[in-house]
Design a protein around this ligand. Structure first.
Ligand code: NAP
Ligand code: MG
Length: 407
């Protein structure tokens, strides 16, 4: 054990705890990789599903407010309750997705970037460089309003201007039998900040930017996204992209999805909320594992929330509860912490903290490259006599040993 003085993190970090297997790994990561080396103050919010229930989800709102206050937070994966979870945890109701609540409050864009190691080749053979997904984190189906049509009847879409102007209404459907109806929305302001965040991030990462939507079918909704991106590009980014030798491309979502399969990567792909949710998981998995992906929410007001993109790994948790050994990958959780610490160091101008984050990430990559890995990675890694599958805790211990040598 190192007798060295701990590295001081100047500003408090907003820590948002979660559920199931990720909650167990979260504690191990803190104990074995962070608290031994860092002197940091944590503003702790427990988003365990039972605690959300006890507080009528106030704790989620408080966590989002704390990120706005301190600027940087880190979040563990959490259960989004459905009817099954309501029964399992005896909840008062199926609370909204905590990510949905926090993103709705912070607004902004989620950037997801694969974590690449030398010994894991992407399943798509043409991919040579990371494909970064920029997912709009506001509106659409995540803050929808839904109703069931109980039988024959009329569904209408109505907008009533606040300034007293005439209402506008459209018939959605004349139902002749039962059905379903959904209303979704977005705001120009949020789309503008989404576009701006994507252009900024593409230049920062030195990659081309693609934006894709279904504007041929959705001639007002998706077309508004297309037009705002185009306007933002012409007004503020064309010159900068030209100077950096980068390109902006708008194309249909189906065209982009087809193209990406034969592309070499090294792009930022901006996607609407739902498209980004689905495609980022596909991309992470194709780069090796759901756990090999970083995810950060960047709000237009300069707040950052780092998280793992994957869920709470429920199946592994149930095995763990039955006393069976698990081999669950903590990489995305560790990179959530390292991302958060690097940003904190940058904002506080504490180089030592940022450099700790670099060392932590390097320790993870080197562990995997040396062949010590969890089951998800072993299944896709290049064969080598050094490869060995380790359990959840042993993986973190191996990283801890590597990290120790770097400090
Ligand atoms: P999941 O937790 O992402 O896991 C799906 C499967 O992916 C796992 O069964 C496992 O496959 C593999 N996997 C995911 N993360 C892994 C890791 N770190 N290491 C090794 N394998 C990993 O999705 P889910 O089981 O559908 O969802 C469970 C809960 O998570 C749900 O209640 C959902 O609401 C919530 N969720 C939360 C977030 C978030 O907070 N960020 C995101 C998505 C879902 P094998 O079983 O084949 O090993
Ligand atoms: Mg998803």
């Amino acid at each position: 054990m190192s007798k060295k003085r701990k590295i001081r993190v100047k500003t408090a970090i907003v820590e948002i705890d979660g559920d199931e297997m990720t909650r167990i790994m979260w504690q191990m990561v803190k104990d074995k990789l962070l608290l031994l080396h860092l002197d940091m103050k944590l503003e702790y919010y427990d988003l365990h599903v039972k605690h959300r229930d006890e507080t009528d989800d106030q704790v989620t709102v408080d966590a989002a407010k704390a990120i706005m206050k301190y600027g940087v937070g880190v979040k563990c994966s959490t259960i989004t309750p459905n009817e099954e979870r309501v029964r399992e945890y005896k909840l008062k109701k199926a609370w909204r997705s905590p990510n949905g609540v926090i993103r709705g409050m912070l607004d902004g864009t989620v950037f997801r970037k694969p974590i690449i190691t030398k010994n894991i080749r992407p399943l798509v053979s043409t991919w040579k460089k990371p494909i970064i997904v920029g997912r709009h984190a506001y509106g659409d189906v995540y803050s929808n309003t839904e109703i069931s049509a109980t039988g024959a009847g009329t569904a209408e879409l109505v907008f009533t201007p606040a300034d007293g102007g005439n209402s506008v209404s459209r018939t959605i459907k004349e139902f002749t039998g039962p059905g379903i109806i959904q209303g979704i929305h977005n705001t120009d302001a949020s789309i503008e900040s989404f576009a701006c965040a994507c252009f900024t991030f593409a230049l920062d990462q030195k990659v081309d930017l693609w934006f894709s939507a279904k504007d041929t079918i959705s001639k007002i909704y998706d077309a508004r996204f297309r037009d705002i991106f185009a306007r933002e590009y012409e007004n503020n980014w064309r010159e900068k992209f030209h100077r950096a030798g980068r390109e902006y491309l708008f194309t249909l979502i189906d065209d982009a999805t087809a193209r990406i399969m034969k592309h070499e990567g090294g792009i930022l792909w901006a996607l609407k909320n739902y498209d980004g949710d689905v495609l980022s998981d596909m991309i992470a998995q194709a780069f090796g594992s759901l756990a090999m992906m970083t995810s950060v929410l960047v709000s237009p007001r300069g707040h950052f929330e780092y998280e793992a993109a994957h869920g709470t790994v429920q199946k592994h948790y149930y095995k763990h509860l039955q006393g069976e050994e698990t081999s669950t990958n903590s990489t995305a959780l560790i990179f959530a912490w390292s991302g958060c610490l690097r940003k904190r160091g940058e904002l506080d101008r504490t180089q030592e903290v940022s450099s700790f984050a670099d060392k932590l990430e390097a320790a993870v990559i080197e562990t995997v490259e040396a062949g010590t890995m969890t089951g998800d990675l072993l299944a896709v890694a290049n064969p080598s006599p050094h490869n060995r599958k380790v359990n959840t805790e042993a993986f973190i211990d191996a990283i801890a040993a590597n990290l120790q040598q770097k400090l």
